[in-house]
Design a protein. Structure first.
Length: 189
């Protein structure tokens, strides 16, 4: 008998996680093994990443399901998150991410030069992810909202977000738009 599973959440973002038991460490091990050569993989021990790994495990066990979360947005393009993105691509057929930006550490300007604001009163940038676990070729869709908080609220409430299909490629499997032509120039530096 197959069961349908739904996992939803807004897990804490905590790089100094106290949740370090063997069970959860085993779940995030594939994310870390893919980047053992990096200098600092501590951010992969963040609670929100552990929650994603747990959700991935629950849905893989059931064979079908969906999870939706509001999390830190660093996993969308972070270099050390490439193993995580690869793993998510292996077990989900639909990966829809909405990058709400809003990082207090990154100055980003919206379309009219307006400052980018977070939808919450936090420093970390935010994203909303919806992943569907079922057998199929993965499809990744990316949307973005940049600008004042009220602009983001209005667009979210009205469902006015455009999504673009992405083709994540090795070695980084980015969940953000990336110009492959620019990639070669970037690597030369």
């Amino acid at each position: 008998m197959q069961r349908f599973t739904v996992v939803i959440g807004n897990p804490p973002y905590s790089r100094a996680s106290a949740n370090n038991g063997d069970f959860i460490e085993d779940l995030i091990a594939p994310y870390k093994n893919a980047v053992r050569d990096e200098r600092n993989i501590q951010p992969l021990s963040d609670d929100y990443i552990k929650f994603i790994a747990f959700s991935q495990d629950v849905l893989s066990t059931s064979g079908v399901g969906t999870f939706g979360m509001i999390t830190n947005n660093t996993f969308l393009s972070g270099r050390i998150h490439r193993g995580m993105r690869y793993s998510l691509l292996q077990c989900n057929s639909i990966l829809r991410v909405l990058d709400l930006h809003g990082s207090g550490n990154v100055k980003f300007l919206g379309s009219a030069g307006a400052e980018d604001e977070n939808v919450f009163d936090i420093q970390q940038g935010v994203s909303i992810s919806l992943f569907v676990n079922r057998p199929a070729i993965p499809r990744v869709e990316h949307g973005t909202l940049i600008g004042p908080r009220q602009y983001k609220y209005d667009h979210l409430l009205a469902g006015m977000v455009a999504f673009t299909e992405l083709q994540p490629k090795p070695p980084y499997y980015l969940f953000v738009p990336w110009d492959a032509g620019e990639d070669e120039i970037f690597r030369q530096y």
